[in-house]
Every structure is written in C-alpha cells, then in structure tokens.
Design a protein around this ligand. Structure first.
Ligand SMILES: [Zn+2]
Length: 62
C-alpha cells in the first residue's frame, strides 16, 4: 500500500491540490552542494510535462 500523507498536498508546478490516488502524489527533491535538501509534491503529469524529452525518457519510476 502506498504511503499516504495526512495533509492536503499542493503541486509545486501548477498549484492545484494533489489527490492521493495512484499515480499521485509524486515528490521531487532539490539539493545543493552543502547537502541541504527540500522535498516538493507534484502531480505525475506535471513533472512529466515540465521535463525535457531526454530527462523524461530517464524517468523510470513513474
Ligand atoms: Zn500539478
């Protein structure tokens, strides 16, 4: 069973609510050279739409 988050999630790309139904939610992690990181929620469709084709082709988990 997929993990469920207790709060309403907002997509970092479109700003809409991310329903917790397969295949959503998706998370992306941004990190920097200082090893700080932050996680954002998004729709699977939104991240696929915003990636260039070569990156989208490398996205194997969605
Ligand atoms: Zn979205």
């Amino acid at each position: 069973m997929a993990q469920r988050w207790p709060l309403k999630l907002m997509c970092c790309f479109c700003g809409d609510t991310v329903e917790q139904e397969h295949p959503d939610p998706c998370t992306i992690v941004v990190s920097n050279v200082d090893d700080h990181w932050q996680q954002f929620y998004c729709h699977v469709a939104c991240i696929q739409e915003h990636l260039v084709k070569s990156a989208r082709d490398e996205l194997r988990i969605l």
